[in-house]
Write a protein that binds this ligand. Structure first.
Ligand code: THU
Length: 127
């Protein structure tokens, strides 16, 4: 699947974002090696700490459906250029330390980052 399409799926997933506390709505689309795509959105909570980011929502959906082999994840937060938070990077690292992280960019359509560019010092889990 091409990465532009993956961004479109992340944009569509953002429609379901539940973000009454921050008003910052995020969607994600996670591409598995199988070709399946799992989407996610942020789901906030009054406690703040229980908030789930769009990326972890997508990863959790995928793993709970038996998928662990991830190629790429696109993240869409409207006009704002948004990169995954530290917790989401570590969660992605658990399953896919080499994953492509696709971030939409006004000028170049999108930029592709490797996880290690966004989290240079990480803990690679033992498999
Ligand atoms: N958020 C995400 O879902 N993904 C990101 O990459 C950045 C932050 C969410 C968490 C919270 O609901 C809101 O955006 C503000 O931080």
């Amino acid at each position: 699947m091409d990465y532009k399409k993956l961004i479109e799926l992340a944009e569509a997933a953002r429609e379901n974002a539940y973000a009454p506390y921050s008003s910052f709505r995020v969607g994600a689309a996670l591409l598995c090696r199988s070709g399946n795509v799992f989407t996610g959105c942020n789901v906030e909570n009054l406690s703040f700490g229980a908030t789930i980011c769009a990326e972890r929502c997508a990863v959790t959906k995928a793993v709970s459906e038996g998928e662990r082999d991830f190629l790429a994840i696109a993240i869409y937060a409207g006009e704002k250029f948004t990169s995954p938070c530290g917790i989401c990077l570590q969660t992605l690292c658990e399953f896919a330390p080499d994953i492509d992280i696709i971030l939409p960019d006004g000028e170049a359509e999108y930029r592709i980052y490797k996880l290690c560019e966004l989290m240079p010092i990480n803990s690679i889990p033992i498999k």
